[in-house]
Design a protein. Sequence first.
Length: 381
Amino acid sequence: MKYYIIAGEASGDMHAANLMKQLKQRDSDAFFRVWGGDKMQAETNEMVRHFKDSSFMGIFNVLWNIRTIKKNFTLCENDIMAFKPDVLILIDNSGFNLRIAKYVKLSKLHTRIYYYILPQAWAWKQKRVHTIHQWCHRIFAILPFEKEFYKSYGYEVDYVGHPILDAMEQRKPSLVNFKELKKEFNLSEKPVIALLPGSRKQEIKTKLPAMLKVINHFPDYQFVIAGSETLDLSFYKNYLDTDVPIIFNRTYDILNNATAALVTSGTATLETALFRVPQVVCYKPGYVTYKLLSRIVKIKYICMVNLILDRMAVQELIEGDLNEKRMVKELNLILKGEKRAQMLKDYNELEVKMGGPGASARTAELMWEDVSRKKTVKPQS
């Protein structure tokens, strides 16, 4: 089978790569052509474009790069037509992927279209559920509440569990302890507070400077920045006025040895929770963007942990609340005491709700069964 897979950022790259490994186990003739990152590149036959050259976050950033985005659409559409895949797998990245899904569905290609790791239609633009269902043959949900959400609109989806559990399970044997981490990166003996400012330039630009302001309030701790593998050290140094270690592509090792964390909203909040690290969630999209989003977003929380538990288990500091005074206060509350203990209890409940590892294998099995049944369609020209 010929597979075309599109992922738009770091977590999607990781989950897509794990899915590819599972598909290879079921399809000995699997051939992959992808848009993604380093992890997908390690599993693929042909890489079209790295997401660091095609991923834009935020309303104004998208508008600023609209010409590049249009060129990417055209490149992707033409490339798919030339490749003629049996299967198109879309990973998150809804602004790009839904247009591609529509294009392929309306084409003369006999391509099965699967959406894995769904757009957050439950948060905003809820009517996208109709669009997703219209342009995709099968939909795979990774969050427990997504199945009921789609069912409320009359659509069935396959709930497969969250693939982050697979990624963590794979990494457990190779995780380093504090002694090893300290030696490798010349850290001190002080307990670690992890800073996870995100993986995209725009995220880091808005959140890292705010996070760094708390450092002087915690002299008994050392702060460590989890650096993104897609960015250079020189980029981070633009925002550093103090000597803070930056460790690239080792987020799990950092979390494995952290006492607490300041975390950008997104998948990282789940990873932090599953490592049992108390956290404060930071979100600062910019005043104008925040005002626009506040009018259209339909959810009570921005943190995945809170969304799954349906309560404020983790403190969210949004826009104006993401300031030095509030961060210091909330960080103090989770370093010791009752709030820290309660958060750790909430994390236990979270893991039960998310189910165990195996999402990648379950998704690959369902995809392989589905596409195998459809092999009776007439051959592509």
